[in-house]
Structure formats: C-alpha cells, structure tokens
Write a protein that binds this ligand. Structure first.
Ligand SMILES: *[C@@H]1O[C@H](CO)[C@@H](O)[C@H](O)[C@H]1NC(C)=O
Ligand SMILES: *[C@@H]1O[C@H](CO)[C@@H](O)[C@H](O)[C@H]1NC(C)=O
Ligand SMILES: *[C@@H]1O[C@H](CO)[C@@H](O)[C@H](O)[C@H]1NC(C)=O
Ligand SMILES: *[C@@H]1O[C@H](CO)[C@@H](O)[C@H](O)[C@H]1NC(C)=O
Ligand SMILES: *[C@@H]1O[C@H](CO)[C@@H](O)[C@H](O)[C@H]1NC(C)=O
Ligand SMILES: *[C@@H]1O[C@H](CO)[C@@H](O)[C@H](O)[C@H]1NC(C)=O
Ligand SMILES: *[C@@H]1O[C@H](CO)[C@@H](O)[C@H](O)[C@H]1NC(C)=O
Ligand SMILES: *[C@@H]1O[C@H](CO)[C@@H](O)[C@H](O)[C@H]1NC(C)=O
Length: 489
C-alpha cells in the first residue's frame, strides 16, 4: 500500500478487502475487452463495487474503468489491479457523479460526460479508431494506422510510472491539489499552492551537462532504479537520483507526489508497493509537517505551536485562521480595526529559506514594517546576523525551530468570529452539563429520599459517590469531544 492518500481514496479502503474477495475473480475471468471500438458506451452500475473495469491490458495488470470516490462520485481511472492503486485519473480536479446519467463513450474521441455535475472530459481525437491500454499502464487512442493520437502518459495525475517521460509542459498534482511538481529550465521543483517552491533539484551533471540552447529538460524513472533528468534524447542522464533498488532488478517502479508534499518512489514486490525513494527525508522539511502555525523541531521533539500558549493538535494550531486561503486584503481595516493579531516567536526559520526571496533590512523593526503595511504579507522572518528579511506570502504553515535567538518570526493571525463562537460553544457545553448534572443530582436525591422513606433504608448506605464519579467522567468526555470536533473542522 502506498502510505498516505487523499481522503477520497481513504473512503474506498473498506471496500478494497471486499473487492479483492469478490471482484478480482470476476475481473479476470469475465471478459473485459482489450480494445474499445467506435460505438462503445458504458454507464456506471449502481452496485457497490469500488471499481468497474471497462478495458484491460494484455497482461491483466491494469484496467481502465470507473473508480468510486467519496461514496457517490466517479473518477475515470487506470488502476493497477493487484493493489487497486490508481495510476492515472482523467480529470483529477473534478469528479463526476456515480449515476446512470454518467456515460463513457468512444466516437473517435473517448468522452466522459455527466450532465448532472456538467463534468465533461474528452481526448478530443475526432478521428480515433480504437482505444487500447498498454502493459505499461499507458492508455492510448489509435488511428486506423495504429498511430497514437492521444496517450495518458502525456497527462499524468499524481503518478509517473517507469519509462514515462515527464516534460516541461506537464505537471504532477498531489491528490489533494495542494502540491505540484514541474520542471524549470534547468531544475525540477516541488511547489506548494502552485508557485511556492519548497524543493529543488538541479542536475549534477552525472553523465551529461545541461547546456543552454539545447532544448528543455525532461525526467524519467529509469527501470534501472533511478529518477533521471535528461536534456537530449541521447539517453545519457544529466542527473541521477538513485532509488534504493539502484542497479538491482525489480519488477516495476513508480514515482508519486504524495498528499503530504513528498515525492516518493516505490517498487512492486509482487504483492505490495515498497518504498524505494523519498525526495524529502526530514519530516520537518515537509511544508505542512505540523500544520498551520506549527513549529517543527528537528531531532525528535516533533510538533508544537508557534504560539506557546496553544496546545498542538494534529492538523495545526489555529485551524480557523488558515481555513480557506482567505487573504487579509479583503477584510483589512473594517471599522478602522485590523483584521489580524500579531504573534512573535524567536528561534524560528523557514525550512527552505534558501528557496525564499529575501530583502536586506537594517533592523527587525524595518523588516516587520514591510510586512505590517502589506496586506498580502502573512509574516516575516528576520535574522539579525545577516540582516535577511523573508516575507511570507501565504497563510503560515510549519516553521522550523532552531533555538537560535538571532532569528525572529513575526506572524499575522487572522481574527475570526468562529474563534469567539467556539468559546461560546464551549461555555454552552459546560453550562448544559452543569445544569444536567444538577437536575440529575436533584432528581436522584428526590427519588432516593422517596425510596428510603418507602423502604426505611439507613442514611450511610448511600454514601458511595459512584454515580457522581461516573457523571463527572462522562461530562469530561463530552467536553473533550467537542474540543476535538471543533479542532477537526
Ligand atoms: C463525439 O462526441 C462529442 C461529445 O458529444 C462531440 O463533441 C464530438 O463532436 C463527437 N465526435 C464525433 C466524431 O462525432
Ligand atoms: C509489455 O509487452 C511487451 C510486448 O508487447 C513486452 O515485450 C514487455 O516485456 C511487456 N512489459 C511488461 C512490463 O510486462
Ligand atoms: C510538450 O512538450 C513536448 C516537448 O517537450 C512537445 O513535443 C509536446 O508537443 C508538448 N505537448 C503539448 C501538449 O504541448
Ligand atoms: C521518452 O523519451 C525518449 C527520448 O526522447 C524516447 O526514446 C521514448 O520513446 C519516450 N518514451 C515514451 C514512453 O514516450
Ligand atoms: C504483471 O503481471 C505479471 C504476471 O502476472 C506479474 O508477474 C507482475 O508482477 C505484474 N506486474 C505488476 C506491476 O503488477
Ligand atoms: C511564551 O513565549 C513568551 C514570549 O516569547 C515568553 O515570555 C513566555 O515565557 C513563554 N511561555 C511559556 C509557557 O513558555
Ligand atoms: C506586498 O507584498 C507582495 C508579496 O510579497 C509584493 O508582491 C508586493 O509588491 C508588496 N506590495 C507593496 C506595496 O509593497
Ligand atoms: C541578535 O539578537 C540576539 C538576541 O536578541 C542578540 O543576542 C545578538 O547580540 C544580536 N546580534 C546582532 C548582530 O545584533
């Protein structure tokens, strides 16, 4: 199993076991076509299988079909059958609905159309003759002469398989849509929010140099066990990022941009996908390792909050403040009040400061001033040793704790009505619980008195505080639950 997945894929986990029991059998024995011809049409069946295959490759390793996501949504996907891992998704940012109005057909173009959600996706190959799935997982539309007019390898989602070329006009997008991988003129980069670079690999000139004017670079997972960067088609890599299986024979390799922003390589050992490569090996260097306004301290102490008065909870420290990528410009200065409050913390820096733009200022105050007066700035990091001032253009994510007192962070935290609303909800819960406990105590007391009167039981037999203790812990639990609920919002 690949480790982290998007919630929409999480939703299918419970079905996977069932699927392997019931469906994989039928998937190989009932005949799934190996070619689709003009006139082909299919709709999703309402039965609960997580995957409905419509096309298979010769080896039976891969299938094209409808993948059920988020219970009643549908993605057109190429699945690795044995692991149920999707390798390619037609339209990663828009799912269709799992309903009988959603139709996949081939009229020269392979078309997925869903009038309900108005999702419509097409290969736009009007003179296609047939659709085939290769044993590399590449889905192709061929013309009458067998020439590919369209291929899924040119439109990757979050996964590259071995031998698939990744060119400068392609993007890998993590399944949650937050992270992407792209090639620059002479480097490979991982980006958060489309344009904030957090990892960069420049070719080291392994067997060839990247030369100006020799055309764009491209990347490929080489079956010999590395991620290569190339510039010309002479097959000599300009850069080699070795996998653990470098120069070992292994069955099948893939590279995936995971929802945590890491780029990972895997190999198929015949029954499972085994981790083989990680672009980022330090947890603190993942852009959101401790969530919003989190502080990651390398060397084991893990996650805490930039605001030392806030207890760390998985998902971040001020969940409200980062909800939506709302900027501060739209709400700035309503009624003359600023829309944020300021948090400062010493001993922090950005994990990838070498990739951040900076200006040099003569003082911390000057650095903070640049941010304070600019509503598209969310924070500033200053080092009084170098005078470097880094301005943060996005809602604050995880920073690195260095313990170095010369590095100071200034952060804006958006004021939210929901923060105060949450406080009132808590007060409400406490009051309700107290009133409830009171009513029960009075009620129990009343009944007990009546019962004692009836039976003539002695006073001290009722000395045990048992019932009250239980109530106490129950009410404690309900408060805790309401806390964690609101934290997970
Ligand atoms: C195939 O169907 C699509 C969607 O209905 C349509 O836009 C396209 O023109 C059709 N192509 C041909 C060759 O009929
Ligand atoms: C795919 O099929 C080709 C022949 O069509 C074969 O040479 C090749 O080894 C196969 N590759 C895999 C990964 O099975
Ligand atoms: C992508 O770039 C390659 C060359 O790097 C080019 O051959 C191809 O046509 C481009 N594809 C698109 C869709 O622009
Ligand atoms: C990838 O690019 C190389 C070099 O241009 C080419 O020889 C190879 O056929 C391409 N692979 C695929 C799957 O398109
Ligand atoms: C493809 O199928 C062959 C034969 O069943 C198997 O040995 C191999 O592991 C499969 N490859 C993948 C990537 O599932
Ligand atoms: C939190 O930080 C402030 C200012 O940096 C400091 O004065 C205070 O002692 C810290 N509190 C705790 C509990 O560490
Ligand atoms: C505000 O900050 C943004 C991002 O750092 C920058 O592009 C812009 O030029 C700044 N505006 C002013 C008025 O300084
Ligand atoms: C930087 O700040 C630290 C902590 O406030 C202080 O000890 C140090 O002297 C300062 N260094 C410079 C060069 O100003």
């Amino acid at each position: 199993m690949l480790q982290t997945r998007h919630p929409q894929f999480l939703a299918i986990i419970p079905f996977l076991f069932l699927y392997t029991l019931t469906c994989s059998e039928t998937a190989t024995t009932t005949s799934i076509p190996q070619e689709l011809h003009i006139g082909f049409s299919a709709t999703a069946e309402s039965s609960t299988t997580p995957f409905q295959a419509v096309l298979s490759d010769h080896s039976g390793n891969f299938s094209l079909g409808f993948l059920r996501v988020n219970q009643n949504q549908l993605a057109l996907a190429v699945l690795h059958v044995a692991s149920s891992e999707p390798f390619w998704v037609a339209n990663p940012t828009h799912a269709a609905s799992w309903s009988d109005t959603t139709r996949l057909f081939f009229n020269g173009s392979l078309v997925l159309s869903d009038p309900e959600t108005r999702v419509s996706w097409s290969t736009a190959t009007n003179n296609g003759d047939r659709v085939v799935l290769l044993n590399t997982s590449n889905l192709q539309v061929h013309d009458k002469g067998g020439t590919p007019l369209w291929q899924s390898f040119h439109f990757p989602a979050n996964t590259l398989v071995q031998d698939q070329n990744f060119t400068s006009n392609m993007t890998l997008l993590s399944s949650n849509g937050i992270y992407s991988m792209r090639l620059g003129n002479d480097f490979m980069g991982l980006y958060e929010n489309h344009d904030s670079l957090y990892w960069k690999r420049t070719p080291l000139g392994a067997k060839a140099e990247v030369k100006e004017g020799q055309g764009p670079i491209y990347a490929r997972v080489n079956p010999e066990g590395y991620l290569g960067m190339y510039q010309t088609s002479d097959e000599k890599p300009a850069d080699v990022q070795k996998f653990n299986t470098f120069q070992l024979t292994s069955s099948f390799l893939l590279l995936r941009l995971e929802p945590d922003g890491n780029l990972k390589g895997y190999y198929w050992d015949g029954s499972r996908w085994m981790l083989n490569y990680q672009a980022i090996t330090e947890a603190c260097e993942l852009p959101r390792s401790c969530g919003s306004y989190g502080l990651c301290t390398p060397g084991g102490s893990g996650c805490s909050c930039l605001d030392n008065r806030t207890r760390f909870e998985p998902g971040g420290c001020f969940n409200d403040a980062s909800s939506g990528d709302a900027d501060l410009c739209s709400s700035e200065g309503i009624g003359g009040k600023s829309s944020y409050w300021v948090l400062r913390r010493t001993g922090v820096e950005a994990a990838h400061k070498e990739l951040l733009r900076h200006v040099t200022t003569s003082s911390l105050a000057e650095c903070e001033g640049l941010c304070q007066n600019n509503c598209s700035c969310w924070g500033a990091l200053y080092s009084n040793e170098t005078g470097f001032c880094y301005l943060l253009e996005y809602t604050i994510q995880t920073l690195l704790g260095t313990g170095d007192g010369s590095k100071v962070g200034y952060f804006k935290v958006k004021k939210e009505e929901r923060r105060t609303k949450r406080v009132w909800i808590r007060v409400g819960v406490v009051v309700t619980v107290l009133v409830g406990v009171g009513v029960i105590i009075i009620g129990v007391g009343f009944c007990v008195t009546r019962w004692k009167k009836k039976r003539g039981v002695k006073e001290e037999d009722w000395g045990s505080p048992g019932p009250y203790k239980n109530l106490e812990s129950a009410s404690f639990r309900s408060i805790e639950m309401s806390n964690s609920n609101s934290a997970n919002e």
